[in-house]
Write a new protein. Structure first.
Length: 205
């Protein structure tokens, strides 16, 4: 839900690095709860699915609030509440049985359910990209350079991608079924994937 992302982004910007008892890894774990639910269940198509989703949203929100109460100033918490207020009201309505938004959602839920292979393809591709990049780096610069690269990546995007995709082995049969065969020629800007086209453009390929 949108307000969970607002929570997360603002927390990352406002969080006080000087607070010794605080670490953004806690935020990663909070958000991972919601992502794991989505990966396992996807878009809910019935009342029980919506209830389960709402429980995950509530758990994630409470986890983030515990972090903000511990690690943010009162002023920062007030600003965050203003940012999230509208979306929080929408979520409350969505999680109320019989509400108009919930009834309309369930009416169209099956049409909203995305292709279940998308998250798997993204995670398999992400893990394969890391594997290839680290292999090339180690061959050229040694293992220490690989570890430094991991540290820099964690500073840039935290550990969330690894938390979400840790169970996807790029060499497993399930990932191989989703990814192009080994040795395939990259399509670059002609790829059907928007992410692949963006990377190809950025890297000049």
């Amino acid at each position: 839900m949108k307000y969970l992302f607002a929570f997360t982004i603002f927390i990352a910007l406002a969080y006080q690095a000087t607070a010794q008892s605080c670490h953004l890894r806690e935020v990663d774990l909070c958000v991972a709860t919601m992502i794991f639910h989505y990966q396992g269940s996807g878009v809910p198509v019935d009342e029980s699915g919506v209830e389960s989703l709402c429980e995950s949203i509530d758990e994630t929100t409470q986890c983030l609030r515990n972090f903000t109460n511990k690690c943010m100033t009162p002023v920062q918490r007030e600003v965050l509440q203003l940012i999230a207020e509208g979306s929080e009201a929408t979520v409350k309505d969505f999680c109320t049985p019989g509400s108009e938004v919930r009834v309309k959602f369930l009416k169209h839920a099956k049409s909203l359910k995305p292709n279940s292979t998308k998250s798997g393809t993204l995670c398999c591709g992400f893990r394969k990209f890391l594997e290839c990049g680290e292999k090339l780096t180690e061959q050229k610069c040694g293992r220490e350079a690989v570890e430094m690269g991991r540290t820099i990546a964690e500073l840039a995007v935290t550990e969330l991608p690894n938390v979400v995709c840790h169970s996807f082995d790029p060499n497993s049969s399930s990932c191989q079924a989703l990814l192009p065969p080994k040795g395939s020629t990259p399509k670059g800007t002609q790829s059907g994937s928007q992410l692949a086209r963006l990377l190809a453009t950025a890297l000049g390929n």
